[in-house]
Design a protein around this ligand. Structure first.
Ligand code: NAD
Length: 328
C-alpha cells in the first residue's frame, strides 16, 4: 500500500519504519493534513493521521477525488475526522483503539502530583540555590475524594492508581464497570461528583454531549479550590470559563495535557515566536496551572503498540480482512 503519513515527527518515523514490512510504502510529510494539504495525498491508497490533522468534510472530498480509500488514525480519539463524510465517500476510517492506557493514566497522576507538591517549582528554585519551602505546601492524596469522568480503558487504570493512593474514588460514565465497583469505586451523577470531589480527572471522549462539559455552570458546582485534570481532549473544557474560575479561586488547580486550540501550538517548537493565543498565555500566567503538550501517550510502550496496530490496520484493509479497528 502507498501511504501518505501526515504530521510526522522524528519519533513517528522511527517507530513506524521499525514495524513496517515491505508491502507498505510510507511517505512522510511533516505538515498536517487539512483541506490545503490534502492534494499531497494524490496517488496514495491511504493517509495516516494524528490528532493535529484536520480531516473535515472538505479534506475528505479532496482525498476521495484523488483516490484515497483509507484514513488510518495513529491515535485513539477520532473527533478530528468527519466520519459521516468519510462514509459518504466510501473511505474507511481505522484507528488504534488501545495502545497503553497506562501511559495516559500515569501522566494524569504526574500532573496531579506536580500541581499538588509543586515539584516543577521546587526544581527551578533549587537550581537557583533557593532551598526555601514557602509556597510549596501540598496536601496528602490519601483520604481525598477523586472524581473520574469516563471509566473506559484509561479511566479504569487511573481509578486503580488512585485507589492505591488511598483515595475515595467516585466515577461517572454511561456504562458502569463491574470490575471497578468490586474494587470500591462508586458511580455517581455528574452533579454529585462536581459537589464531592477534591480532584476531578477527565477520561471521556470529546463528543457533542461532552463538548464544554466543564463550563461556567459546572465550575460553579465544584468544591471551592478543587483540582481539574484533563488528559482527554481540550474541547471538554471551556477555556475562558476555566480562566474565570481560576481568577476567583473557585478552581484551585488546573492540569491539562490537551487544549482546545492546541492545533496551532502543540507538537511544535515555538520558542522565539510570538504566541498569538491569548487564552493559553493567560493560562500560563497562573501559578496553579500546569500545561503539558499532549504527551500523555508519549512512552516507548505506547509508540510501539501504535506502530504495531497501525501496520495491522494497513494489512487488514489490504487483505480484505474484517476491519477490527474500524470507526463506524
Ligand atoms: P474508551 O473509549 O476506552 O473510554 C471512554 C469512556 O468514556 C467510555 O467508558 C465511555 O462510555 C465514556 N463516556 C462516553 N461518553 C461519556 C459521557 N458523556 N459521560 C461520561 N462518560 C462517557 O477511551 P480511552 O482509551 O479510555 O480514552 C479516553 C480519551 O482519552 C480518548 O477519547 C482520547 O480523547 C483521550 N486520549 C488522550 C491521550 C493523550 O495523549 N493525552 C492519549 C489517548 C487518548
Amino acid at each position: 500500500m502507498k501511504v501518505a503519513v501526515f504530521s510526522t515527527k522524528s519519533y513517528d518515523k522511527i517507530y513506524l519504519d521499525s514495524f513496517n514490512n515491505t508491502s507498505n510504502q510510507l511517505t512522510y510529510f511533516e505538515i498536517p493534513l487539512n483541506a490545503d494539504t490534502a492534494k499531497l495525498a494524490t496517488g496514495f491508497d491511504a493517509v495516516c493521521v494524528f490528532v493535529s490533522d484536520k480531516v473535515d468534510r472538505k479534506t475528505i472530498e479532496i482525498l476521495a477525488q484523488n483516490g484515497v480509500k483509507l484514513i488510518d488514525l495513529r491515535c485513539a480519539g477520532f473527533n478530528n475526522v468527519d466520519i459521516e463524510a468519510a462514509k459518504e465517500h466510501q473511505i474507511k476510517v481505522l484507528r488504534v483503539p488501545a495502545y497503553s492506557p497506562q501511559s495516559v493514566a500515569e501522566h494524569a497522576i504526574a500532573l496531579i502530583l506536580s500541581l499538588n507538591r509543586k515539584t516543577h517549582k521546587a526544581y527551578n528554585r533549587v537550581r537557583e540555590s533557593n532551598f526555601a519551602l514557602e509556597n510549596l505546601m501540598g496536601f496528602n492524596l490519601c483520604g481525598k475524594t477523586v472524581g473520574v469522568i469516563g471509566t473506559g480503558k484509561i479511566g479504569i487504570n487511573f481509578c486503580q492508581i488512585m485507589l492505591g493512593f488511598g483515595c475515595k474514588v467516585l466515577a461517572h460514565d454511561i456504562f458502569e464497570s463491574s470490575i471497578l465497583k468490586e474494587k470500591g469505586v462508586e458511580y455517581k451523577s455528574m452533579d454529585e461528583i462536581l459537589e464531592m470531589a477534591d480532584i476531578i480527572s477527565l477520561h471521556c471522549p470529546l463528543t457533542p454531549d461532552t463538548h464544554h462539559l466543564f463550563d461556567k455552570m459546572a465550575f460553579s458546582k465544584i468544591k471551592k479550590g478543587a483540582m481539574l485534570i484533563n488528559t482527554s481532549r481540550g474541547g471538554l473544557i471551556n477555556t475562558s470559563d476555566a480562566i474565570d474560575a481560576l481568577k476567583h479561586g473557585q478552581l484551585g488547580y488546573l492540569g491539562i495535557d490537551v487544549y482546545e486550540q492546541e492545533e496551532s501550538l502543540f507538537f511544535k517548537d515555538l520558542s522565539g515566536s510570538l504566541i498569538q493565543d491569548d487564552l493559553i498565555e493567560r493560562l500560563m500566567s497562573f501559578h496553579n496551572v500546569l500545561i503539558t503538550p499532549h504527551q500523555g501517550f508519549f512512552t516507548h510502550e505506547a509508540l510501539t503498540q501504535i506502530a504495531i496496530t497501525t501496520m495491522k490496520n494497513f494489512a487488514d484493509f489490504e487483505n480484505g480482512q474484517p476491519l477490527e479497528n474500524e470507526v463506524k
